[in-house]
Design a protein around this ligand. Structure first.
Ligand code: FAD
Length: 390
């Protein structure tokens, strides 16, 4: 029998498994319901030879040296600075909005506007659009109102399916305006892409004699929890090893307190017989059309492949596991009532002494990849490694 069973083979599950495998020398079984490893980071080559991210475009932007050093054991990197353009009416401007964006949007007012912005906030600063909306300098206030309407409002409405009245300017207005010419989307210390793709990185991470992976297995077909006995059962037999769970807690508990809601995405993949079809990796559409953005994969990965290119267009929708298009839970809907429901699941599982959870689904949080990795590392340290070293 295995010492550890890990459910889910995304970053949370794979990082936990690798650290346990090599530091504790324990046998680990990973159960993954999809037919592949790597969770939402999964990539593969499509029918025309382009490397595509099957669950939407993913960029490795990291600040933490421990994450970067850990992943660097399993991949070489290519440098990559992510650039996003937003289409505002007939113009394409850098996002986050900066002085270059203003120059394109308002060429005739640019000198005056940039002088006002620089003297008010200082060159190089980053100012939430909400504070600009509250400015008593008329040019700044008008600019902020324009940006709020044209860049954030419609995007938020379609992304989260909200009525405009429900949109709190204090949330959307936190998005920064950059008083600089820095067009990079991320300002992270490490901005790289794995040289041979994310799936290869995962293959290397999981290549350890103590790790076995079974794909196409939903944990609920193997694992059950008896809440009366506070015990976990594996294939009907009591399991005394440790269970690390990175799936959804509501599913594990049979949705006893209701389902935790998510927003989902439909991805449309298009191939073209051209070198490139757009001037940047990501083109955002913050207007009323149903799509939110389109990514050109070759611009993201740096893949050299002449006369063919692939884009991914994203359409947001309400998650429902039976939906044809929106059947993956991507973005938790963070509201007090749902967090209260989530808490009930956590409390219910708390008495199961060999149950542990980490990752974006089990924590019901939006984690970027670095969050998922760092919290998995901390979780393994706190629960297993420290105890082992004492
Ligand atoms: C569209 C999109 C774009 C993103 N872009 C970025 C980006 O550019 N940069 C970035 O840093 N982050 C990005 N993220 C976030 C990134 O995807 C996550 O941080 C990361 O995948 C989290 O890893 P995880 O292991 O927690 O979850 P996942 O990768 O989702 O892995 C969980 C795994 O558990 C499996 N599982 C669940 N339930 C069960 C079960 N019952 N039985 C068996 N297996 C189960 C799932 O199939 C899945 O493979 C993006 C997310 C989305 C949705």
């Amino acid at each position: 029998m295995f010492d550890f069973v890990v459910v889910g083979c995304g970053y949370a599950g794979a990082v936990s498994a690798r650290i346990v495998a090599e530091n504790l020398n324990k046998k680990i079984l990973i159960l993954e319901k999809r037919s592949h490893i790597a969770g939402n980071m999964y990539d593969d080559y499509n029918e025309v030879g382009v490397l595509v991210h099957r669950y939407g475009p993913h960029i490795s932007a990291m600040n933490d040296k421990r994450t970067y050093d850990f992943l660097s054991r399993f991949t070489d990197w290519v440098p990559y600075e992510h650039k996003v353009l937003a289409q505002i009416d007939d113009k394409k401007v850098p996002l986050p909005i900066n002085l270059n964006s203003i120059k394109t949007l308002f060429p005739e007012k640019y000198n005056e506007l940039s002088n006002v912005l620089i003297s008010e906030y200082g060159f190089g600063s980053s100012v939430p659009v909400l504070s600009m909306m509250k400015s008593n300098i008329e040019e700044i206030k008008n600019l902020a109102d324009f940006l709020y309407r044209k860049v954030y409002l419609e995007y938020t409405i379609k992304m989260w399916d909200l009525d405009p009245k429900q949109i709190d300017a204090s949330v959307t207005g936190r998005i920064p305006f950059r008083v600089s010419f820095d067009d990079r989307h991320f300002l992270h210390k490490y901005q790289v892409m794995p040289k041979n793709g994310f799936t290869k990185l995962f293959e290397n991470m999981l290549d350890h004699p103590n790790i076995k992976i079974e794909l196409g297995i939903n944990a609920k077909d193997r694992i059950s929890v008896d809440f009366n006995k506070n015990s976990i059962f594996y294939d009907g037999k009591k399991f005394d090893g440790k269970l690390i769970y990175t799936g959804s807690l509501d599913e594990l508990c049979g949705y006893e307190y209701g389902r935790l809601p998510y927003r989902s995405l439909k991805f449309k993949f298009d191939n073209y017989n051209e070198n490139y079809v757009q001037p940047c990796a990501v083109l955002n559409w913050p207007d009323k059309r149903p799509e939110t953005r389109r990514t050109e994969m070759k611009r993201l990965t740096g893949q050299i492949l002449p006369n063919v290119t692939t884009t991914i267009t994203e359409y947001p929708g309400k998650y429902n596991e039976n939906s044809l298009d929106f059947n993956e839970p991507y973005y938790p809907i963070i509201k007090k009532e749902y967090l209260d429901t989530y808490r009930k699941y956590v409390d219910k599982l708390e008495n199961i002494k060999n149950f542990y959870y980490t990752g974006r689904l089990a924590c019901y949080k939006y984690y970027n990849m670095e969050d998922a990795i760092l919290s998995a590392m901390k979780f393994v340290d706190d629960n297993f490694i420290k105890e082992h070293n004492e």
